[in-house]
Ligand binder design. Structure first.
Ligand code: NAD
Length: 299
């Protein structure tokens, strides 16, 4: 039987995820700070609400897909937030990438309202969100994981139980630590080859059948024209913003510091994306690092 699912945060990722829930037969009630983003969902059959609290009054399950920890805290705990009117027994699924401590804190507040919150960050990019093939990294009890799974399966293909609340975020931050570094590695190498006369498509093709092969090179190549559907081929738009990558690497840097682990490349990568944000490329896809190397260091 179809349930009423609330969805808050209809950006590059959330809009696609919400549409996939509708396609699987759920009734959707949505909220976003942007009216335009809400209207796009209204056209697909969703009901619009005026605040997170209005969503919570109507929903049996709520999915949130917001930029960072501060937004998650305010949408759940703030004025007109979810906890103001949430129904006991509501399942709360936060798909945003935030720090594990905030995930645990908000989940413990959720418990006081007789509700259950799981951290369910995702990987797979906007392409995976649209196709419904995301990987979900889930933190919570096994029983709660099993309750969440049917909803997550409407939006993703690999639904992985990581452990207790917060461990989904731990796994996600580690994944993006690799991603942020590998994007710089592929960008540096593509730039070095292209500047010495290699055809970019040919060079990428060699990587993808050799030991340089990785997701960044094969599915998300930062050099324009190598992959027709990549953000690089459309002016670095509509992907995963450099500002969001800076946030994720910041989370990795903070957690490494808190347990005294080294993070040599992670720290350097964080610095480079910070610089791209300062330069004004925060909203551009993080693969813009290639463009930065290619344009600013002419041989
Ligand atoms: P986005 O900036 O495109 O979307 C965020 C949405 O949240 C926007 O529509 C914004 O209006 C809305 N919003 C912000 N504050 C709000 C509030 N207080 N109340 C209601 N709505 C609010 O971001 P995105 O690319 O969709 O990413 C969302 C999250 O998913 C981030 O944590 C990001 O790190 C993570 N993520 C992104 C990708 C990607 O490829 N874009 C992949 C995996 C994970």
């Amino acid at each position: 039987t179809s349930k009423t699912v609330g969805f808050i945060g209809l950006g590059n990722m959330g809009a696609h995820q919400a549409i996939n829930l509708i396609k699987k037969g759920h009734n959707l009630v949505v909220f976003d700070m942007s009216k335009d983003n809400m209207n796009k969902l209204k056209e697909k059959g969703a009901k619009i609400a005026n605040s997170p609290s209005e969503v919570a009054k109507q929903a049996d399950v709520i999915v949130t897909m917001l930029p960072a920890s501060a937004h998650v805290k305010s949408v759940y705990c703030g004025e007109n937030g979810i906890f103001q009117s949430v129904k006991p027994g509501t399942l709360l699924l936060d798909s945003s990438t935030i720090d594990p401590a905030t995930a645990r804190e908000v989940a413990s507040i959720a418990k006081k309202h007789q509700t259950t919150m799981l951290d369910c960050p995702v990987s797979g990019g906007t392409g995976g969100a649209e196709a419904g093939t995301l990987t979900f990294m889930v933190g919570g009890s096994e029983q709660d994981f099993n309750s969440a799974k049917p909803y997550l399966e409407c939006m993703g293909k690999n639904i992985v139980h990581c452990g207790d609340v917060g461990t989904g975020q731990v796994a996600k931050v580690c994944n993006n630590l690799v991603l942020g570094i590998s994007m710089i590695a592929v960008s540096e190498a593509m730039n070095l080859g292209v500047k010495q006369g290699m055809d970019p498509k040919k060079l990428a093709g060699i990587f993808n059948t050799s030991s340089a092969r990785c997701w960044t090179s094969e599915l998300y190549n930062p050099c324009p024209g190598v992959i027709e559907t990549s953000p690089a081929s459309r002016g670095y738009t509509g992907g995963f913003g450099s500002a969001l990558m800076t946030k994720d690497l910041g989370l990795a840097v903070d957690s490494a510091k808190s347990i005294g682990e080294p993070l040599l490349l992670g720290n350097s990568a964080h610095q480079l994306y910070t610089l791209l944000v300062a330069k004004g490329d925060g909203q551009k896809d993080f693969s813009v690092v290639y463009d930065f190397l290619n344009k600013n260091f002419k041989n």
